[in-house]
Ligand binder design. Structure first.
Ligand code: RIB
Ligand code: CA
Length: 296
């Protein structure tokens, strides 16, 4: 089982990733940290706690940083609804949690040196903050997998993917940290899109994971239908599973810099800097079969 700490900003596709991570027996989620992104930190944190309660999993959760390192927070409520979970209202968790997320990373990284993959599927604020506070994390983590970036145009501006756009300075810190970085950007994740009727086989299943997945899947269409979207993309699930499964991905080594000026958040290839692994393709058929297998 691959040990993973997941940093996320639920957000409905983040929630789908948490469900897959809990359902997949090859993934061992040691803990979850929350960051401001799709919605405010209070919502991303409560959404995480409510989902874990709903799925009856008692996993460590720590809240992180409530705004980008240098900039004001830009949320994505048009895609996720005001609370971040569309029109879904899960029973509310009353669990009290700590915000000492960087200490949580350090504790586990020391306990399991070079074994833990940090998977970040929101803005990279928490990751950059932890690397600044505890540089030795660079030597203790196995690597960092991020959902973010794009070499094929943006989804929040013509140039930028949302997670990198929200905190481009944090992204530059992470990309140039010297850690083994995998960038699972839109070049890969946009292959993992589904129309509303494409997962009917999963709707017939009876597991708590399949039911939660389809409830969120349907809510995504209700919210995004209002802005004319006819597909949903499992961005964060695709990033999460890349920490375990290599077959459906095609990677290329590249040096990536993040624009911080008028093309804020654009991830561009460069000739100087740390090489990282960039996912340049992804197999949607493999992914659909994967979801059917783990959610049964
Ligand atoms: O661009 C897609 C990414 O931005 C996903 O992680 C989604 O949850 C949003 O955070
Ligand atoms: Ca996310």
């Amino acid at each position: 089982m691959q040990k993973i700490i997941l940093d996320c900003d639920p957000g409905m596709d983040d929630a789908l990733a948490i469900i897959a991570g809990l359902a997949d027996k090859n993934i061992n989620i040691l803990g979850i940290t929350t960051v401001a992104g799709n919605v405010e930190l209070t919502h991303t944190t409560q959404n995480t706690l409510n989902l874990l309660k709903y799925l009856d999993h008692d996993i460590d959760v720590y809240s992180g940083i409530d705004k980008p390192l240098l900039r004001d927070l830009n949320t994505a409520t048009e895609f996720h609804g005001e609370t971040g979970m569309g029109d879904i209202e899960l029973p509310s968790s009353v669990k009290k949690i700590s915000n000492e997320y960087a200490e949580f990373y350090l504790k586990y990284a020391k306990e399991f040196p070079q074994e833990i993959e940090l998977v970040a599927v929101g803005p990279l604020t928490n990751i950059a903050g932890a690397l600044i506070k505890y540089p030795k994390l660079k030597d203790l983590l196995k690597g960092i997998t991020i959902m973010g970036g794009s070499l094929c145009g943006g989804n929040i501006t013509p140039h930028a993917e949302f997670n990198i756009y929200v905190d481009p300075e944090a992204a530059n810190i992470v990309f140039n940290s010297g850690l083994e970085i995998k960038m699972i950007g839109l070049d890969a994740t946009m292959k993992g899109y589904f129309a509303a009727n494409e997962l009917e086989e999963i709707r017939e299943f009876n597991s708590k994971y399949s039911k939660a997945t389809m409830e969120i899947f349907d809510a995504m269409f209700r919210v995004r239908g209002k802005i004319g979207m006819t597909n949903v993309v499992f961005h964060d699930t695709i990033a999460l599973i890349s920490a375990v499964y290599k077959d459906p991905f095609k990677f290329q080594e590249k040096i990536i810099l993040v624009e911080t000026d008028e093309k804020r958040g654009e991830t561009v290839e460069h000739f100087q800097g740390n090489k990282i692994l960039v996912a340049v393709d992804f197999n949607k058929e493999w992914f659909k079969n994967y979801l059917i297998k783990i959610l049964k």
